[in-house]
Design a protein around this ligand. Structure first.
Ligand code: SAM
Ligand code: SF4
Length: 351
């Protein structure tokens, strides 16, 4: 990883604008992107993400949606230009649409460039149109297979028909969709060309992700882990992949696929560290701020939020947290390192 990259301030906001109140970390990275896990609960139990019997965060510790709105608003005042709702499954949190509608006022005012979400798609048949009506333009939908039996196997509780209906509803509502696929050895590696042809055929971008060692799961991660360098080499036997500078503000590196005309992104936290351009922090539904997906250091924002009606204390707590943002993560999966790098599941911070 190049140190030079850390020395320049990164501003990859779509607007290219930097707010006067920018948060800059010790490595010169401007923090302009907040991911909010609005719940750690989910209607699926994907095998790489959760164990079947999960202990979720106690309900009494949850921030109310009003408190979450207040916190997001403080972050926006401090320079956040993009907000992604995630989870758990963000669309299963009660009254989430009311929250989304409230946050969209920052889009209308121009203080926020984008409000988006990552979803498993199960609630989209009933919610896609309302999302579009409330300022959401772009969503990520997670889908690891097009085979109904395999879908049930990997999600444990999911139903492929319902997710397909959700994708259709989102397309009909005019939402721009990116399909997120976790690449899993001996599960969907052979199917990825078909998934990609399908996504590109419907005008959707697709991103493949390496499994990360987060939280205890029932499966063995060394059995699941597929380095994307290997997947890329296999794809290059069938497709012409051209590196392109396309950026969505996230960590994916994109190629254009000659045969489909579509874009394929690679998120490679394991084989290629992407930390040098990290512009984000992650807030959990209990008000804990994680400065890095792969590290344990965190800041409690709930206490300062609740301690005062003024935002001064919470704003100071955010500044203190950003001043401790680490340089990067160090995930390893192999036979000698078959333990989670961090104890929390991906569903706590939302990826
Ligand atoms: N429930 C929503 C969904 O599945 O899109 C949002 C939350 S989910 C935690 C966000 C993304 O993280 C999904 O694309 C999921 O596939 C991915 N994910 C979950 N656990 C992972 C892990 N251990 N390694 C890599 N990606 C993971
Ligand atoms: Fe739920 Fe998303 Fe985790 Fe699957 S990946 S269990 S849908 S939070």
């Amino acid at each position: 990883m190049s140190l030079e990259l850390f020395e320049s301030v990164v501003t990859d906001e779509p607007s290219g604008r930097r707010s006067a109140a920018s948060m800059i970390d010790p490595f010169g990275r401007a923090i302009s992107y907040l991911r909010v896990s609005v719940t750690d609960r989910c209607d699926f139990r994907c095998t790489y993400c959760m164990s079947e019997n999960m202990t979720f965060l106690p309900r009494k510790d949850l921030l109310t949606l009003e408190e979450l709105d207040r916190l997001c608003t403080v972050f926006i005042a401090k320079g956040v230009r993009r907000l992604r709702l995630t989870g758990g499954e963000p669309l299963v949190r009660k009254n989430i649409m009311h929250f989304i509608k409230g946050i969209s006022r920052h889009i209308a005012s121009g203080d926020l460039d984008e409000l988006t979400l990552t979803t498993n798609g199960s609630q989209l048949p009933r919610m896609a149109a309302e999302l579009a009506a409330n300022g959401v333009r772009r969503i990520n939908i997670s889908l690891d297979t097009l085979n109904a039996d395999k879908f049930r196997k990997i999600t444990r509780w999911g139903n492929l028909d319902r997710v397909m209906a959700g994708i259709e509803a989102a397309r009909n509502a005019g939402l721009k969709i990116k399909i997120n696929t976790v690449a899993l050895k001996n599960f969907n590696d052979a199917e990825i060309p078909e998934l990609m042809r399908w996504a590109h055929g419907l005008g959707m971008d697709m991103t493949v992700i390496e499994t990360m060692p987060m939280g205890e799961i029932d499966a063995d991660r060394t059995d699941q882990y597929l380095p994307l360098s290997q997947l890329r080499a296999t794809l290059m036997e069938q497709f012409s992949l051209r590196d392109i500078p396309y950026k969505t503000g996230g960590p994916a590196r994109y190629v254009e696929v000659g045969e489909t005309g579509g874009r394929l992104g690679f998120i490679t936290p394991m084989t290629h560290n992407f930390c040098e351009s990290c512009n984000r922090v992650r807030l959990t539904c209990t008000g804990t701020l994680y400065m890095c997906l792969g590290q344990n250091d965190a800041a409690d924002l709930r206490e300062p939020l609740r301690a005062s009606e003024s935002n001064a204390r919470v704003s100071q707590a955010i500044d203190d947290a950003i001043s401790r943002k680490p340089k990067g993560h160090d995930f390893i999966i192999d036979r000698d390192n078959n333990r989670p790098a961090v104890a929390r599941h991906m569903s706590v911070t939302g990826g």
